[in-house]
Structure formats: structure tokens, C-alpha cells
Write a protein that binds this ligand. Structure first.
Ligand SMILES: [Zn+2]
Length: 562
């Protein structure tokens, strides 16, 4: 390790010695101090550190190609020690460690291996991603065994199968709640699910629209304290365990205040909590101005959308499942068109983002302020433009149509699978199709697709099943390069990082209006729309896959019901 180092190397023995000195007073560890001192990004830092120490760096994809030495280092122990042991070429063993300054771990792993090991260095997050992938395949096999154990031990026996014993004092629950919230906000999660189970509690985050990354299972006692802690923070009744409760809390994390909606629900195993994170950061772009142009829409989509939101009156409906970015699109449309010369009012549940110069009314069901009553009072306030957060009942639907027919511009979201499904939805609500089509300027259907993680992306040849599912042939793929992520520390082993919106805009013309009002078959309406050059959601999604931006799997997940 005394090998000469290039003078401009980012990590030098001199820097290591400064890091050691800093670590003695800060208690942060040499690795962390050195990383800070180097000023490098995590991946670049690992490379530089490995170069200095003559270690090899290994990433998730390479680890996954090797055979794990589970017989020497069982997964549960690898998870607690944040390391991995793999079979190398021949008889050799490769140990993967996150911190070369942790000598104790190196000794431990050598003892476990009972043979010489070659030490490789990896990002802690890459090791975590690798273990997560290993765990999810192991869990499928273990699921049966685990349920048998807990069955045999009865309901009281649940505690014994919790993997790690945790300090049971109050501060432990506080620590878990805080770290869960912190992680969720840092990772851009939209929801946190805390589900009481027979064995305790499972914590999951919804990130990029997908629920995943199951947290540890805590003991029953700790999970009860976690729920109590959340109730205290959200100003709810701690003594009440039998009825659902809703509240709100505010946390300060990563230098900003974030609102969190808390909803507690009693279940057979205790109480569940679902936290909705209303992080403005996930809506507002870096420069603080929300415009349609920052949402990444194609130019033709952008211009037809702009045309629709700039019409003086009529209705624009935005549709898509929960978490498809409908509200963000509406907010962008409003902030772009709001000139201040018109009276703009909204009724929303909840108000997720404050719009300059717009009067926003939050729905408050508990106090009787529903969408219907809110919209009724808005209409008495002489509005020019109105946004209805969601149309979900007959009265609101009727009022919105009426408002659009009487010279107002109405923007609203409606929960439906696609643009054509919206007509079924309104028919179901008992709205006259002639009135609806006269009021309606257009419908925008939206989805968010997860994009392939740039770090672990590889070329991917789809198999026949995958193609069949999407109705594609080999010929459709000719000359295209499809990609998918193998999973790494950057993408929490999912292979995806970030999302992109795809939209389908059905702008109505007189022919389409007549066809819809006369309830002609959807297939014919679609035919007419296609002839008009309207691009369907599926086509927009496939286009992204063909550009290597997303996977066919994701296209199927997101658009098969569209
Ligand atoms: Zn990745």
C-alpha cells in the first residue's frame, strides 16, 4: 500500500491520513471523511480509493453473474454485515466489502470463508442492491417455510421469527419513523405503507409508481409504538384503535419542509398506516417555475395541449390512474396560462402545490366541503377558469359540464383507464352525452413510465412470450435496440431510475362529437381518431421502448389496460 501515487490522484495517502485525523474527532469513520475530503461522486470515489489500495472494484451486475457462496455466508448474515462472498474462478473466493478501513469486517469474512479470499471493493448501495436481488429470489422459496413456522408457533410466536432483535424503548420507534420518512423523501417516494402483520410490521415505499423495497419486519411491540408515534405527530387520538383516523404532519428533511398526510386504519393484525408524501420538490422543477415545456412532452403533443388549455371556454379532461402525473400536468397548464387578467379558481384534494395568483380551495370532507359544494361556491365567485381536482360524482360532473357550456374554461381530472373510458364513466354518472360532447374540447390520457437506469442498462433481446403479450413480431423490432437495467445501487436494484410521461390527446372535432354523442362503437371512434393522426398511449409507450428509454415489460405494465 506504499506504492507511489500519481501526484494528481484524487485520493492520496496524505488525504487518507487527514481523513483518519478527522475521523478521530467526528466519529464518522475514515471512509466517510475521506469521501468528503476527496470531493468526488460516490462511484468515482470508490474507483480512486481502490486504485490507491490496489483493490478491484466490483459492481452489482458482475456480482450477479457469479455464484454466491451461501454455504459459507448465509444471506441473513450477509445482510446484517453488508458484505458478500462469491465463488471466483476455480476454487477461489471473492469477498465484497464496502469499507476497506473496516479491518474487523475483513477478519470476520476471512474467518467465515475458512480460506484465503480476494477482497473486492463495492459501493455500499451496490452491495445492498445485490443482496436485495438475491433476497427477493430467496424469499420466493422461503415464503412457504416461513408461514409454516409462524403457523406452528401461533400468534404469540411471531416475535421469535423477527430477524433482528431491536431495542424496545420509545426512542427506537421514533428513530424508525424518522429514518423511514427521511429515506422516503430522499428517494422521492410518493407513499409509505406500514402494514401490520402477524409477525410485526412491514414497511414499503412507493417509488416511481411501484410499491417495493420492503423494510425489515419489526416486532409487534415496536410496530405498535411506531403507529402511536405517527398518531402523536399527526395530532390523532392515541387511545383510539378501532376506527380509521386521518391527519397531517410536517417534517423537515433535506433542508425543506414536507407535508405528509397520515391515514390510520385498523386491521386484524393491529393498525396500518399509509403516509402520502406531498413533496413539492417532486412537482416543481429546479428553477422553481412549472411550465408544460419542462414535462418532457414531444413538440407535437405540447402544441396540441397548449391549444386546448388556451381555448376561452369548454372542458379539458385529464385522465389516468392514481400517480400518473395528471395533477402535475394540470398545474403546469394553469401556471403557464394564468395571466392574472382572469379569475382562476380551483377546488382540490389536497392542494399539492401553490399557484401564483390562483385561489385554491382544499376539499375538507370532514367539514362538509366536498368537490360538489366547493364547485358550487366557486361558480358564485364569477370565475373565468376553473380547475376541479377530480370529478367523481354526478353533481360535480353536471356542474362542471354546465360551467363549460356557459362560457368558462374547466380543467378537471377524472379517474378512467383511457380517453374512451371517460365516456363510460360519465354515462355511468348519468351525464347526457350530447351535453358532455358539446362542452368537451378534448381529453388527455396520461401515464408515467419508468425509465431504464443509465448505470446498469444493457441491451436486451425480448423472448417470444414478451413479444406476444404486446402483440409485437420480430419484424417490429428490426433494427431497434431494446435495453433494460440489470439492477445496481443507483436504482435500488430495480433496473429503473426516474420516469417519463406519455400522453394521448383526443381533441374533439364535430365528427367525433357526433359519433360519441350517438354512442357509436368505441372501435369506430378510435378508427376516426387514428385517421385524424391521434397517437395512442400504446404507440407512445412503444416508441420510448424502441428508443431504449424504457422496457417492453414496463410498456406492458403501464398500457395493457389502456
Ligand atoms: Zn441501475
Amino acid at each position: 500500500m506504499n506504492a507511489p501515487t500519481a501526484p494528481n490522484a484524487p485520493v492520496t495517502p496524505e488525504l487518507v491520513s487527514r481523513a483518519r485525523a478527522a475521523a478521530r474527532t467526528s466519529g464518522r469513520g475514515v471512509y466517510a471523511e475521506l469521501e468528503t475530503l476527496s470531493g468526488l461522486e460516490p462511484r468515482a470515489f470508490v474507483q480512486a480509493l481502490a486504485a490507491l489500495l490496489r483493490f478491484e472494484v466490483i459492481e452489482t451486475a458482475t456480482m450477479l453473474e457469479m455464484r454466491p457462496a451461501n454455504e459459507l455466508l448465509p444471506l441473513a448474515r450477509a445482510l446484517t454485515r453488508h458484505c458478500a462472498l462469491l465463488h471466483g474462478p476455480g476454487e477461489s473466493l471473492v469477498a465484497v466489502i464496502p469499507d476497506p478501513f473496516d479491518i474487523e469486517l475483513q477478519d470476520w469474512i476471512a474467518a467465515v470463508a475458512r480460506a484465503p479470499v480476494r477482497l473486492n471493493l463495492a459501493l455500499r448501495s451496490d452491495i445492498q442492491a445485490y443482496l436485495t436481488k438475491l433476497e427477493s429470489s430467496a424469499r420466493a422459496m422461503d415464503a412457504v417455510q416461513l408461514s409454516l413456522i409462524s403457523e406452528a408457533e401461533g400468534t404469540e410466536g411471531g416475535e421469535q421469527i423477527s430477524i433482528q432483535r431491536i431495542h424496545e424503548d420509545e426512542s427506537e420507534a421514533v428513530k424508525i419513523v424518522n429514518s423511514t420518512l427521511y429515506d422516503a423523501i430522499r428517494d422521492g417516494a410518493s407513499d409509505i405503507h406500514l402494514r401490520s402483520a402477524r409477525e410485526g410490521m412491514v414497511i414499503k415505499h412507493r417509488i416511481d409508481g411501484v410499491l417495493g423495497s420492503a423494510g425489515p419486519v419489526f416486532q409487534r411491540e415496536v410496530s405498535t409504538r411506531i403507529i402511536s408515534r405517527l398518531k402523536v405527530m399527526a395530532g390523532l387520538d392515541i387511545a383510539e384503535h378501532r376506527v380509521p383516523q386521518d391527519g397531517k404532519l410536517k417534517v423537515n428533511a433535506l433542508g425543506r419542509a414536507v407535508d405528509v398526510r397520515v391515514s390510520i386504519m385498523p386491521t386484524i393484525h393491529g393498525e396500518d398506516a399509509v403516509l402520502r408524501i406531498l413533496d413539492k420538490r417532486s412537482i416543481i422543477p429546479a428553477d422553481g417555475v412549472l411550465r408544460l415545456s419542462v414535462l418532457g412532452f414531444e413538440p407535437d403533443v405540447l402544441s396540441s395541449l397548449r391549444k386546448l388549455v388556451n381555448l376561452p371556454y369548454g372542458m379539458l379532461l385529464v385522465t389516468g390512474p392514481t400517480g400518473s402525473g395528471k395533477t402535475t400536468t394540470l398545474y403546469a397548464a394553469i401556471s403557464e396560462t394564468n395571466t392574472g387578467r382572469e379569475n382562476f379558481l380551483t377546488i382540490e384534494d389536497p392542494v399539492e402545490y401553490e399557484l401564483q395568483g390562483v385561489a385554491q380551495i382544499p376539499v375538507n370532507e370532514a367539514q362538509g366541503l366536498t368537490f360538489e359544494r366547493g364547485l358550487r361556491s366557486i361558480l358564485r365567485h364569477d370565475p373565468d377558469r376553473i380547475m376541479v381536482g377530480e370529478i367523481r360524482d354526478k353533481e360535480t360532473a353536471e356542474m362542471a359540464v354546465q360551467a363549460a357550456l356557459t362560457g368558462h374554461l374547466v380543467l378537471a381530472t377524472v379517474h378512467a383507464n383511457n380517453a374512451y373510458d371517460v365516456f363510460n364513466r360519465f354515462t355511468y354518472l348519468g351525464i347526457d352525452m350530447y351535453a358532455l360532447t358539446s362542452a368537451l374540447n378534448g381529453i388527455l390520457a396520461q401515464r408515467l413510465l419508468r425509465t431504464v437506469c443509465a448505470h446498469c442498462a444493457t441491451e436486451h433481446q425480448p423472448d417470444d412470450t414478451e413479444l406476444r403479450e404486446l402483440g409485437l413480431t420480430r419484424r417490429d423490432l428490426a433494427g431497434r435496440v431494446l435495453r433494460r437495467g440489470t439492477g445496481c445501487g443507483d436504482c435500488r436494484a430495480t433496473g429503473y431510475k426516474g420516469r417519463r410521461a406519455i400522453v394521448e390527446i383526443l381533441a374533439l372535432d364535430d365528427t367525433l362529437r357526433r359519433m360519441i354523442a350517438e354512442k357509436q362503437p368505441i372501435a369506430e371512434i378510435k378508427e376516426r381518431a387514428r385517421a385524424k393522426g391521434i397517437r395512442f398511449l400504446r404507440d407512445a409507450a412503444l416508441e420510448l421502448a424502441f428508443q431504449g428509454e424504457t422496457t417492453l415489460e414496463e410498456v406492458a405494465r403501464v398500457t395493457l389496460q389502456a
